[in-house]
Design a protein around this ligand. Structure first.
Ligand code: COA
Length: 421
């Protein structure tokens, strides 16, 4: 597959090792404009695993494109975990764009992921229009909310029933000191798409706090929720002061909030909406079924904006569809199109349910017809086949087949990734 790039006249694909860090960051800051000086960027820890970083050099040796992937060996999918290749650091130098370099890197990413036994690729898109053409479907949405200070929260029964109280402790973030506790709590959440930062480099990098990226706010803070002294949840946040003639109108910006249980969610949110000098709490990357929505007495008090979250590409259909669980019995024949990976195309029978499923080739008549992109969209259980069909993206060939298949592919917990990789 790497030959695809080599055929691009004037370019060759290469491995990149750690000694290429400065070169990689030079290219990256061409692809993604950055206010920090290059020397400062180079000083920061990188989240990358170098054996998964690839570049493209022009004939004169200049590094002009790159891509990498995160090794999500235990990525949560409905009812199970599976190996997912998290595509990232995709960038092409502005002087070399629209010549097919991204297309070549995508081919290479697919081949290398499959070679490692990763049947699924997932990513965050810098621009949503880019990846559908490569078979990625929009598999999860997230909410960005603005919650006014003092928003009323409902009581949580567990707290009333005399369970040990949750206490919130504030600390200034120290990446070295907090990386482990943050990682441990983050990993305790069960939700499709909830990728945990899987390497020490990724954990350290996530807690970086460059002054250039604070946009006028204070250094990063940790609000740690503890039950009997044991850390059980957290919010990472910054406050930004805003003195107005009418009084202080500060904003609390939440980078990530992780509340595995209802009492922790209530305790963290009640502190966040009650910080002096602040008038609003802004939090992004919340699942569309985040506990906040159930906790609020008045959901009209908040504003919420929905964004695309994870894009999923199924690379090996039998392995991918066999790796997740289904919330109801399913027996359906799918006619699948896949322009980039023809081994996925054709007619498949999916038989299974809550305990697992098998996808096999069949000659039977198809019940549903769809592109691999739509199967990727439905994969994490957050985008229903019915809604895709209502947009003309899934065809029901056998009357009555759509609803049971949509129920089986759904999942009771909405998928989300709590951080952009
Ligand atoms: C996005 C980017 C990687 C594209 O690289 P490229 O080498 O110019 O892309 P290619 O020439 O291989 O184009 C492949 C296809 O994607 C399309 N495409 C490329 N960039 C696009 C964009 N920003 N929006 C919509 N479509 C885009 C091309 O039109 C082409 O379509 P086609 O093959 O169906 O005709 C590059 O422009 C870039 O680095 N942008 C800034 C950083 C960024 O956004 N990275 C992506 C991170 S998720």
């Amino acid at each position: 597959m790497a030959a695809m790039i080599a055929q691009q006249p004037g370019y060759r694909p290469v491995d990149l090792a750690e000694d290429a860090k400065r070169e990689l960051l030079t290219l990256d800051t061409w692809a993604f404009p950055e206010s920090m000086d290059l020397d400062a960027v180079v000083e920061r820890p990188l989240p990358l695993s170098w054996d998964r970083v690839r570049g493209v050099r022009a004939d004169d040796g200049e590094l002009v494109a790159c891509h990498a992937s995160y090794p999500y060996a235990l990525f949560p999918v409905p009812g199970a975990r599976t190996a997912v290749s998290g595509l990232t650091w995709v960038g092409v130098h502005p002087g070399h764009r629209r010549r097919g370099l991204l297309r070549g890197m995508i081919d290479e990413h697919f081949a290398r992921s499959l070679g490692r036994g990763e049947a699924v690729s997932a990513l965050f898109a810098a621009e949503p229009a880019i990846y559908g053409r490569f078979g990625y479907g929009l598999a999860s949405h997230s909410l960005t909310v603005q919650v006014p200070r003092g928003a009323a929260l409902r009581e949580v029964p567990a707290a009333e029933a005399g369970e040990p109280q949750i206490r919130i402790r504030f600390e200034a973030v120290d990446a070295e000191r907090h990386a482990d506790v943050v990682a441990r709590i983050h990993a305790s959440v069960e939700r499709p798409g909830w990728a945990t930062r899987s390497t020490p480099q990724a954990r350290l990098s996530f807690l970086q706090d460059a002054p250039e990226h604070r946009a006028g706010a204070e250094p990063l803070r940790l609000a740690l929720a503890e039950r009997e002294g044991e850390p059980v949840g957290y919010a990472l946040l910054r406050r930004r002061m805003d003195w107005q003639p009418a009084g202080p109108r500060g904003v609390v910006r939440v980078r990530e909030i992780v509340a595995p249980t209802p009492d922790v969610a209530r305790a963290l949110w009640s502190v966040l909406v009650d910080l002096d000098l602040m008038s609003t709490v802004e939090a992004g990357l919340l699942a569309v079924d985040d506990p906040l929505l159930g906790l609020l007495v008045d959901t009209r008090a908040i504003t919420a904006r929905m964004s695309d979250n994870l894009w999923v590409r199924l690379l090996d259909l039998p392995a991918a569809l066999g790796a997740r669980r289904y919330q109801a019995p399913v027996d359906v024949v799918l006619e699948v199109s896949d322009a980039l990976l023809p081994t996925n195309a054709g007619r498949w029978r999916l038989v299974g349910g809550p305990d697992g499923a098998r996808l096999t080739r069949t000659e039977q008549a198809a019940d549903l017809a769809l592109d691999v992109r739509e199967l990727g969209a439905a994969y994490l259980g957050g985008t229903s086949l019915t809604s895709l069909a209502s947009a003309g993206l899934v065809a029901e060939l056998s009357p009555g087949a759509l609803t049971p298949a949509a129920v089986a592919f759904g999942w009771p917990v909405a998928p989300v990734s709590s951080y952009v990789w």
